[in-house]
Design a protein around this ligand. Structure first.
Ligand SMILES: [Zn+2]
Length: 317
């Protein structure tokens, strides 16, 4: 098919295809964890709030630090055992945000946010899943220092995969917030929206948090109706993407649009409108006559759109 060759190979979906064996059975094994920490092959990712600390080696950026190197950094908070990459132990360590500030002046380090690292390919793609894992779980620790049940400070246990309350004894586990992200389709047209936060030319899929008590399909229909006034019927799951901003799972779907008139919820979106498949191709190729673009290749919305370009209405079969 011409369109496929024109668009080139499928891009990498950011933060997916993790090569990490999480070795969850080791999280409660203190002897194994101590051995991992001393392993010369062990490596550690350093996260300070929204920033990732990278080593700058003559312009080449490297995200892994040796465990000895990490001890030289001030302000270490929680450590999480991420798992094993080809047998090599991998950890994530949170640095206090106040300890990150002085690091910004060091020429041997570069501090940047994970989105930029992914979009600009600043490190090898194999590092993105463990960085996402580390950022999400360490971000959870930062936001869950106190027991939501009784309010006292909690303690991290199980190599960073649980927090226990010493008072009411409730155990708290890292959470992932499900977000439905979808493309409503009617034949050769589909609906995209624009958030006021987007770059001026960019359009993307509609999306929203799945609410308690909802199925994925119900959340897709509700979000499309709320944001764009379009009634949807059939919903097909496509793929998912960890989205550690701060700790979401994007659940990508195609949806059958049953109505035509768009009513934009201006509190959520700047605009929403119908796009033809031909327009989508031009947007992905950066050849749209009005200069319109779709989201960056590392984001799931790009993949949802690309699949629709290639398969058309068959995505709803
Ligand atoms: Zn408690």
């Amino acid at each position: 098919m011409g369109i496929r060759s024109e668009l080139g190979p499928w891009p990498y979906l950011g933060y997916t295809a993790s090569r990490i064996d999480r070795a969850a059975q080791c999280r409660t094994d203190d002897a194994a964890l101590a051995k991992f920490a001393k392993d010369p092959a062990a490596g550690c990712y350093l996260i300070g709030g929204e920033l990732v600390v990278l080593r700058n080696e003559n312009g080449a950026l490297q995200p892994l630090f040796a465990m000895d190197e990490v001890r030289a950094f001030d302000g270490a908070r929680e450590t999480v055992f991420l798992g094993l990459t080809d047998g090599a132990p991998r950890f994530g360590i949170a640095l206090d945000v106040s300890a990150v500030e002085p690091l910004k002046t060091r020429s041997d380090l570069k501090l940047t946010d994970l989105r930029s690292i992914s979009v600009h390919g600043l490190v090898g793609a194999e590092h993105l899943p463990p960085l996402a894992e580390a950022k999400a779980v360490l971000g959870w620790h930062a936001r869950h220092r106190f027991c939501p049940n009784c309010g006292v400070p909690t303690n991290a246990v199980d190599a960073g995969w649980r927090r226990d309350c010493p008072s009411c004894k409730v155990q708290h586990f890292p959470r992932t917030d499900p977000v439905a992200i979808m493309l409503p389709i009617a034949g050769d047209r589909c609906v995209l929206g624009r958030s006021p936060r987007f770059a001026a030319t960019m359009w993307s899929c509609l999306a929203g948090f799945i609410e308690p008590g909802e199925t994925i399909e119900q959340a897709v229909r509700r979000e499309v109706l709320e944001e764009a006034g379009i009634v949807c019927g059939k919903v097909n799951y496509f793929t998912s993407q960890p989205w550690p901003f701060p700790m979401s799972l994007m659940i990508g779907c195609h949806a059958e649009a049953l109505s035509d008139k768009i009513t934009v919820d201006r509190s959520e979106l700047e605009d929403a409108r119908w796009f033809s498949r031909e327009e989508l191709v031009l947007m992905l190729l950066h050849k749209h006559p009005q200069g319109l673009t779709a989201t960056v290749p590392h984001a799931i919305a790009h993949h949802i759109i690309r699949r629709y370009i290639e398969e058309g209405g068959d995505v709803l079969r």
